[in-house]
Design a protein around this ligand. Structure first.
Ligand code: HDD
Length: 710
């Protein structure tokens, strides 16, 4: 049979210059080779099979003729499809969606008097670090701005082994005992019969569980605060949550809680903004981190330690082993002992961010656990889960997980063994002398010899039972704006709960926290205020507010690290634009131009400038503040574009600072917004600096009440 089509060997571009350049630039240098592995340019490596066999045709599978059946013997095809079929590994059972980056930790001063941990011995020492931020409940492909706790997991590659601080951006947790973790996570994630909702706690199962677990009420207050909708990873705090121990060379133990303080201060977004961000840019947080690092604006946190002893633990109103409680900074001040800088994005997301394996059990000499029952349970779970996820006990051999200090064990074999131990001795003790492999050292990890005694019981300490005092303290520590956001968040989430009895049970706990809050939530839900829930412990402690718990009281000093979106059109005032860009640059603020067409616009000077976003792809939720720099003709055109109206209306509703030229007035009118003190009329270049100063307050929250009547 004659072929229907003329035989075409390949439809691939013939190794065009562009292809070679792209490959070379992207450094996809997988393997090296001799002559046969270099194509003419001498730069671009040759495509091979996994066995290193050069491939001549990667476009067509091997067939009989051009229309005949595909041949089984096509080893290149089989190998390629086989590998593709097995690309996925199970996602993390929690914290599936995450984003990691490399950096370093720099020690400020020697802490040798407190800990023998090598990382803290020498001032100025830099220790390589890898950090993975995450959301908890959503699947790997969920959106970044879900209302959720953020994971803040830090791997420190110290000279005496890897130390992981597997923390969150909230200093307390939902539960006190790890035995309840599967229940908590089952309740929070998609409901099992329907497989939704995705990445949301606004559903019956979650609030049912919370309402039946009063120990989670403190955390419930935290997650209904703006902490769970951070503006970016760069603007949030991190916490080790549990009480740990630091042990010095003499074996003395000091209790410690770990804090990460962001250099840029804290910032969150508005809830309606988060909802819209999830549609406009589901990768908003990871993109932010990526962009900042690529731009050389390296995110930074200081490590803070709260150090205390047994005497404090005894006098403290709560149990230091209870992970649902904080120790207020005002009670035990934070000592800043070093800084964490993220200065390198990963080369490959899967290899590094996906395969990184954090474990609370990874501690180093000079650090030790306490009996916190949540921590003790975690120490089992993290090792266990990596085997399931990464498929082999050799996950520690992966470069992202391997220590950067020398390490020697007698562990061997298993799936995907990467190291290749030499010699005869694979056991200890042995009599092979120095060739017989590694030996113990008295300088190795020593467990703190805490004395333990007591009956074996399934029980908790009495102080664990005060579930409301700290929840109240958290609430009264917030500004009025933040209290409103908490009330709104409870009302929103519980409005998604279908069963009225669950709503009522949650509110009955809030009555014990703050009656005013409970009343407002009940009102928002359109229900009667229920009676207070029966507290597990009758005695509550009246605690002073802790200003450190408020985001707004701990914001940044300036607007650096933020982003202004400028809506422009043809004829936009070139001088004002240049002034805004210069002022932003001076304050370390990024500017993005949003125009009717991404190809660009012509300024009043006749210069053609490219835009970063087309108006319908660049809504104002992407920016911390906006400027509307349009000409009369531009306004005329944009009046017919709904997304231009939304740009203005949303910036207004989200309490952003807005700069505008006179020509923009009809657009403001169309968006139904009236300039208030959060607006700045731009008429001369000097106004740009004034606008940047105004923006340092981040948001004009005073406006909010006027846009949320319900
Ligand atoms: Fe967990 C992942 C933080 C309680 C069991 N957890 C995980 C991650 C973070 C936390 C940041 C993601 C690590 C990464 O980026 O790879 N978890 C916490 C904090 C907790 C906490 C701050 C309370 C103070 N976790 C907790 C309990 C258990 C687990 C009580 C089980 C008993 N967590 C896990 C896990 C995960 C995990 C199943 C899933 C993926 C992984 O470990 O590596 O083992």
């Amino acid at each position: 049979m004659s072929p229907k089509n003329p035989v075409s060997k390949s439809s691939a571009p013939e190794s065009s210059e562009t292809t070679s350049a792209t490959i070379a630039d992207a450094s996809i240098q997988r393997g090296q080779g001799g002559e046969t592995h270099q194509i003419a340019t001498g730069k671009t490596p040759v495509l091979t099979t996994r066995q290193g066999v050069p491939v001549s045709d990667d476009q067509n599978s091997l067939k009989i003729g051009t229309r005949g059946p595909t041949l089984m013997e096509d080893f290149h095809f089989r190998e390629k499809i086989f590998h593709f079929d097995h690309e996925r590994i199970p996602e993390r059972v929690v914290h599936a969606r995450g984003f990691g980056a490399h950096g370093f930790f720099e020690t400020y001063e020697s802490l040798a008097d407190i800990t023998r941990a090598d990382i803290f011995q020498r001032a100025g020492e830099k220790t390589p670090a890898f950090v993975r931020f995450s959301t908890v409940a959503g699947n790997k492909g969920s959106a970044d701005l879900a209302r959720d706790v953020r994971g803040f997991a830090v791997k420190l590659y110290t000279q005496e082994g890897n130390w992981d601080i597997v923390g969150n951006n909230i200093p307390v947790f939902f539960i006190q005992d790890a035995i309840k973790f599967p229940d908590l996570i089952h309740a929070a994630k998609q409901e099992p019969d329907r497989g939704f909702p995705q990445a949301q706690t606004a559903h019956d199962n979650f609030w049912d569980f919370i309402s039946l677990m009063p120990e989670s009420i403190n955390m419930a207050l935290w997650i209904m605060s703006d902490r769970t909708i951070p503006r970016s990873f760069r603007f949030m705090e991190g916490f080790g949550v549990h009480t740990f121990r630091l042990i010095n060379a003499e074996g003395k133990s000091t209790y410690v809680k770990f804090h990460w303080k962001p250099k840029l201060g804290m910032q969150s977004v508005a809830w309606n903004e988060a909802v819209k961000l999830n549609g406009a840019d589901p990768d908003f947080h990871r993109r932010d981190l990526w962009d900042a690092i690529q731009a050389g604006d390296y995110p930074e946190w200081e490590l803070g330690l709260q150090l205390f002893d047994d005497a404090f633990a005894d006098e403290f109103e709560f149990d230091i082993l209870d992970a649902t409680k904080i120790i207020p900074e005002e009670r035990v001040p934070i000592r800043r002992v070093g800084r964490l800088v993220l200065d390198r994005t990963v080369d490959n997301f899967f290899n590094e961010t996906e395969q990184v394996a954090f474990q609370t059990g990874n501690i180093v000499p000079g650090v030790d656990f306490t009996n916190d029952p949540l921590l003790q349970g975690r120490n089992f779970s993290y090792l266990d889960t990596q085997l399931k996820r990464l498929g082999s006990p050799n996950f520690n051999d992966l470069p992202i997980n391997a220590p950067k200090c020398p390490f020697h064990t007698f562990q061997q074999d298993g799936h995907m063994t990467l190291n290749n131990p030499k010699g005869r001795a694979n056991y200890e003790p042995n009599s092979w002398g120095p060739a017989g492999g590694p030996r113990e050292t008295p300088k190795g990890f020593q467990t703190f010899p805490a004395e333990e005694a007591g009956e074996r019981r399934r029980a908790r300490g009495e102080l664990f039972a005060d579930h409301y005092s700290q929840a109240r303290q958290f609430y009264i520590s917030q500004t009025e704006i933040e209290q409103t956001h908490i009330k709104d968040a409870f009302t929103f989430e519980l409005s998604k709960v279908e069963r009225p009895d669950i709503r009522a049970r949650v509110v009955s706990h809030l009555v014990n926290v703050d009656e005013d809050l409970a009343g407002k939530v009940a009102d928002g839900l359109g229900m009667e205020l229920p009676a207070a829930a029966e507290p597990a412990r009758a005695v509550m402690t009246d605690l002073d507010p802790s200003p450190a718990l408020s985001i707004l009281k701990n914001g940044p000093k300036d607007f650096s690290g933020r982003k202004i979106g400028i809506l422009v059109s043809d004829g936009a005032d070139a001088k004002l634009l240049a002034a805004l860009q210069a002022a932003a640059g001076k304050h370390g603020v990024l500017v993005e131009l949003v125009a009717p067409k991404v190809g660009g616009f012509e300024t009043s000077d006749g210069e053609l400038l490219p835009a970063k976003q087309k108006i319908n792809g660049g809504p104002s939720v992407l920016y911390d503040a906006v400027a509307i720099l349009v000409s009369d003709e531009g306004t005329e055109m944009l009046l017919g574009e709904a997304t231009a109206r939304d740009f203005v209306a949303d910036a207004f509703a989200h309490a952003k600072f807005i700069a505008y030229t006179e020509a923009a007035q009809p657009l403001l009118d169309k968006a139904g917004v009236k300039p208030d003190d959060g607006f700045l009329a731009l008429s001369k270049p000097a106004d740009a600096e004034r606008f940047l100063k105004l923006c340092a307050k981040l948001r004009f929250w005073e406006r909010e009440a006027s846009v949320h009547a319900v």
